[in-house]
Design a protein around this ligand. Structure first.
Ligand SMILES: *Cc1c(COP(=O)(O)O)cnc(C)c1O
Length: 396
């Protein structure tokens, strides 16, 4: 080789950087800290005024009429499936290319997740493959805005309407994104969000569901509070003690200091997505010429929120396995990850639901070649270029 690359760190060369660059990281500033401290000094640590204020800010951002904040993104998915009255015997269509919680929520209510494969170039649920999986038992579709790219909601809504199905958007990756000019959070019957530290905005742990259906919103408010129709603050205001438990709910409440953090974080969402998009553009430009890297497609007329940035490596052209690529990039101190192991391949699903390799061949093939590269707002230009240099070093 005339113009040989520096030796990979895994083969004894120098790593492109000395400290590990994580794949994602929260951004917390002094304003965030002050907002939390203010609530800690107030009368309401939980179920106080900050919860409604946070919900109000999310309705303004998403254009949905109602927002119900809960303790985490998984609780948000559970509340959504509960609100839709999914029961044993009901089927819900889900994508395999997601975090397990997107399908687990169906199991919590005794329903059956039915996996539908993804599009090969976006890895979003493939609307053309949904109808073949619809039966008399199908009640809903859960779409996941994988990586932050909104799904094809025109196609999904048309199918939902034709078959009278509810449409749930697991938008945990996509807050701040949009589809054909309409904001994420207003594209489905119910949309769920997570505020875990790796997501765009964080409350430590936290989640939320948006909807424009007042009845679904009310069901979720009762569900997050043990199935009780009034909350502690409402009773404090009315001076009474009486409450009724009308259904079996959970304690899925979020605290006021978490919501204060969420409100403060939301002020920075626009800037943080702009930074993520800038990093993604820099990666796209650097990787497009590399014949061993395949970028994911981005559809026209959408705003991609870039929670994650993945590429698919051409294993033949590199003559390396994904495990070798992963180890090589980690040795360069690039904190790569893999999103996701297809849900139907997890042992629990294989054993309890009888799923097996072969039911979603596109997702399974993509998984073998997928790597998630670091992307988060506080990455410097040097960090971005370290990632690019490490990927370039893989060529031999
Ligand atoms: C993070 C995430 C969840 C779960 O959210 P938690 O807040 O961690 O419970 C669900 N679905 C997707 C797609 C996610 O990325």
């Amino acid at each position: 080789m005339s113009h040989s690359n520096p030796k990979l760190a895994i083969h004894g060369g120098n790593p492109v950087r000395q400290t590990l660059l994580p794949y994602g990281r929260q951004s917390i500033d002094e304003e965030d800290i002050a907002a939390v401290v203010e609530v800690l000094r107030s009368d309401w640590l939980t179920t106080g005024p900050k919860v409604g204020e946070f919900e109000q800010k999310i309705t303004a951002l998403t254009g949905a009429s109602h927002a119900v904040a809960v303790s985490n993104g998984t609780a948000a998915l559970h509340a959504a499936i509960y609100a839709l009255d999914i029961k044993p015997g009901d089927e819900v269509i889900v994508t395999p290319m997601t975090f397990a919680a997107s399908a687990n929520c169906v199991l919590y209510q005794g329903g059956t997740p039915v996996f539908v494969d993804v599009e090969p170039d976006t890895l979003l649920i493939d609307p053309t493959k949904i109808e073949a999986k619809i039966t008399a038992k199908t009640k809903a579709v859960i779409a996941v805005d994988y990586a932050g790219h909104p799904c094809d909601y025109d196609a999904l809504s048309a199918i939902a309407e034709r078959y009278q199905l509810a449409l749930v958007a697991d938008a945990c990756h996509a807050i701040g994104g949009s589809y054909h000019g309409r904001p994420v959070g207003s594209l489905a019957t119910l949309s769920t969000f997570s505020f875990h530290p790796v997501k765009h905005i964080t409350t430590g742990e936290g989640g939320l569901v948006t909807t424009s259906d007042p009845e679904l919103a009310q069901r979720m408010r009762v569900f997050r509070n043990h199935g009780i129709t009034t909350d502690h603050r409402q009773r404090a205001q009315s001076g009474g003690f009486f409450y009724e438990m009308v259904d079996l709910g959970y304690n899925y409440r979020i605290t006021d200091f978490q919501c204060a953090l969420g409100i403060s974080q939301l002020n920075k969402l626009g800037a943080s997505i702009a930074k993520r998009q800038q990093i993604a553009r820099t990666y796209d430009d650097a990787f497009r010429p590399l014949e061993y890297v395949n970028l994911l497609s981005v559809r026209p007329d959408i705003i991609h929120a870039y929670h994650l940035y993945m590429v698919q490596f051409d294993l033949q052209k590199l003559n390396m396995s994904r495990a070798e690529i992963f180890a090589a990039l980690r040795a360069e101190n690039i904190g790569v990850n893999v999103h996701y192991i297809p849900v139907h391949l997890h042992p629990y699903y294989r054993q309890q639901m009888g799923t097996a390799p072969g039911i979603c061949p596109v997702a399974e093939a993509a998984y073998e070649r997928l790597i998630t590269l670091p992307i988060f707002p506080q990455m410097t230009d040097d960090d971005t270029h370290d990632v690019i240099r490490a990927v370039q070093k893989l060529a031999r």
